[in-house]
Design a binder for this molecule. Sequence first.
Ligand code: PLP
Length: 481
Amino acid sequence: MTRVLAASRIATLLGSFDRDPAYKGLAEGLRVLITDGRVPVGARLPSERELTEAVAVSRTTVTRAYAELRDHGFLVSRQGSGSVASLPANRGHLVDHVLHPGTLDEGQIDLTVAAPAPGPGVLAAYERATEQLPAYLAGSGYFPCGLRVFREAVAATYDARGLPTDPEQIMVVPGAQAGVAITARALLSIGDRALVESPTYPNAIATLTHSGARLVGVDVPPDAAARTPDVDGLVTTLGQVAPRVAYLIPDFHNPTGALMTDEHRVQVARALKRTRTTAIVDESMVALALDGQQMPAPFASYSPTAISVGSLSKPFWGGLRLGWLRLPHDRLDAFFRARLSLDLGCPVLEQLVGVNLLEDSEHLLEHRRAQLRTSRDGALRAVATHLPEWQVARPSGGLNLWCELPRALSSALVPHAVGHGVRLAPGPAFAPEGGLDRFVRIPYTQPHHVLTEAIARLADAWREAIGDPGQRQSGTPTLVA
Ligand SMILES: Cc1ncc(COP(=O)(O)O)c(C=O)c1O
């Protein structure tokens, strides 16, 4: 089913555009919307007549703008579907979505993965867990849904957030990514539609795609302060597409950092109910509120059919490989079967570590948040100093800056960045249907002096990419400690 973008929506997204000549300005505005993914590839643009009225130009202007976009591959005409947004070959093309944590050459800085080093409590939690382990050594060690004590500890975190949860509803999984994969296995059949926000977490794009689902991306733009997302497009697209599942990151979205308000959660939950869509709610970042703000209620308290996905990776350490699903009671059997066809449970020791971490979480999380605040603020200062032409809002939580470049050069920037010793994921990696080449994600998960150096190097790479000779004379990159 082709999505249709209303002329009024396009007019809002376009805002004002250069009218000298108007057809060029209109074509350029639409081209930017398509390459950014705000007009998703595959969506139908309004008819020439509708757009003429909505943006107050002549019909000839719209005809010429559409013709220009068609000539350059940003629009294709499909029989019965009108003018459909497209991307020319090799521009913000679909990329390998999986972000791979990998080995680095000496002195390289990796900005492809948003995962902090373990906080101070992790080693102590392992030590306590080793003392607790003997109590489990008499049995087989297989706990396909997880250790009872860990499920209870996780259920208590939902109780504390105002969502009463029975430990039976918790299935322990090897991280949030595995949780999404198990959910896809339980809920999706080949050809089902899966709605995802654009941008979104690349590995979830890969998982849902590999499950055989047809992905539908929807732009959920954060407001100028990156605080809250605009959910109008999400609600409309749900109504138009009626997908089987919607993968959402309402709590400090990766990569934009936006936090969905309670009001918006209500609206989205209503739309999901109308279309009988199950939300897969990735709460990996929920514990990372950096500005001391009051958190909205968990999404599942508005949408009782939702599958919530949680993880210890971001608040504590990715090396634990420990996450969970919070399931509605009537899904427990189906998920149990889906899970057993993949693996038979998580390591006992790590679950005991998880219990110890959750017991002490308030204190440990305070430390983690303080670390991240320093890194976030340092990274923002470094961008403002070295790359003042990039636009970046201050996220109120999560792990990432989502930077908007003045030109669609994110993919072109990546090889230059590598030349300067920085590994970077280009914007299109976060785009389910292509586009977003005007964006770059900078995770602030490393110490702030490392980030400052990385961003200074990125500035050199950027000037190289845009052909500006006024570079910093950095010589061989060095990294302090
Ligand atoms: C939104 C989101 N979901 C899932 C993951 C993967 O987490 P885990 O290590 O728990 O599999 C990440 C990691 O960056 C993430 O940002």
